[in-house]
Design a protein around this ligand. Sequence first.
Ligand SMILES: [Zn+2]
Length: 117
Amino acid sequence: MKPYKNKINRIRTFALALIFIGIVIMYVGIYFRNHPIVMLIFMLLGALAIVGSTGVYAWIGLLSMKTVPVQCPSCGRHTKMLGRVDMCMHCREPLTMDPNLEGKEFDEAYNKKNSKA
Ligand SMILES: [Zn+2]
């Protein structure tokens, strides 16, 4: 398996994980119901994680507007690209917007503005 994931998918996974972390933290808080202050702290942290994930989802919404829909040359399905290089959401084929990078080895560092590639 390639170490890279499509960025949008990766952020979405992160947002989902954040919800679960929030629920787990709140669940742990229940164990401290004899210590209301500790429980309250856990509940607040859990709520914070969930609010954070909502923020991440909103961020995905904003990022989605900047993505470029392309047809993957490898699997022929439609995917969304973010930045100069990204992966196909379906087959993880490395895609690039920059013809200079075509055929080069996939490297997420190309997304950095000061890249010399
Ligand atoms: Zn593909």
